[in-house]
Design a binder for this molecule. Structure first.
Ligand SMILES: [Ca+2]
Length: 276
């Protein structure tokens, strides 16, 4: 039987509301309150009496409360955005920020592994090194356009994820006999002994922007995305990430300082249901 619990929102000040017979924590869509970093706009709402409005600066805006993750359930996210000034559309990123059991944010490069790259250090690596030697895998041809780094103390079962022991980005890999020499773009921040298990990770240190990654138009744009299940060794938009125990909705606006506009946000909801 499918049960639905609606997390759509009425009042920011109300910690709980009864929706569809279920008691659930609420987000806000401007009705009675707004997120930190926004102000209330009571004349241009898409629905209800108010919406949230950002200012002109780059801003990382988070829903006030973290919600626990049950990967067995399906989370359906909806939000609407529009820019006030059509001449200076803002680039918007909308999705979820995920947190581990200690409420530390998980970034995509900490979970986005490159398959077939498990290896070991062939020599000790000292703090400040920019060249490392690895053995046990062929990393030539594995470098990603998104940026590639080494994850240290890697585990075969991926239980090290999210792995925060990451090297600076890799510049190049060349083969010298039985080992490969890896050149980093910056000095290593920590030392590791010979035989330390390593693997390659890719991607920027970003959140999961499955709702929007585009310019915000001058007309209301309705975005939606569904997240369910848990990835074992990657950071997709459609699944929760390894180690993620809770999330907040995140809206990033005016990321490009040359494209800045006040953005209106309304009709935010998160619907939770049993997965099929
Ligand atoms: Ca509203």
């Amino acid at each position: 039987m499918k049960t639905k619990m609606w997390l759509s929102c009425l009042a920011a000040g109300a910690a709980f509301a009864v929706c569809g017979g279920e008691v659930i924590e609420q987000f806000t869509d401007g009705e009675g309150g707004c997120w930190k970093g926004t102000q209330l706009n009571t004349t241009m709402a898409k629905s209800g009496s108010a919406c949230m409005q950002t200012d002109l600066r780059p801003a990382w805006l988070y829903s006030p409360k973290a919600h626990s993750i049950d990967p067995a359930k399906k989370y359906r996210f909806k939000i609407a955005l529009k820019t006030i000034d059509p001449a200076t559309v803002s680039h918007g990123y909308v999705g979820i920020a995920q947190y581990d059991a200690n409420n530390r944010a998980i970034f995509r490069n900490q979970v986005q592994t490159i398959p077939g790259t498990a290896a070991k250090l062939a020599a000790p690596a000292a703090k400040g090194d920019t060249e490392l030697r690895i053995t046990g895998a062929d990393w030539s041809g594995k470098l990603s356009k998104l940026g590639t780094m080494i994850a240290f103390n890697a585990k075969e079962d991926f239980s090290d994820l999210p792995n925060r022991r990451l090297s600076p980005q890799i510049k190049s890999v060349k083969t010298e006999g039985d080992v490969q020499v890896v050149t980093l773009s910056k000095p290593l921040a920590a030392a590791y002994p010979v035989d330390t298990p390593v693997r390659l990770h890719e991607a920027p240190a970003g959140h999961s922007y499955g709702l929007l990654n585009a310019n915000v138009p001058a007309e209301w744009k309705e975005c939606q995305a569904t997240v369910t299940g848990r990835s074992q060794n990657s950071g997709p938009y459609t699944e929760f990430w390894p180690g993620a125990e809770s999330f907040r909705v995140i809206v990033v606006v005016n990321y490009n300082p040359k494209l800045q506009s006040s953005v209106l946000i309304d009709d935010l909801s998160v619907e939770v249901e049993d997965a099929e």
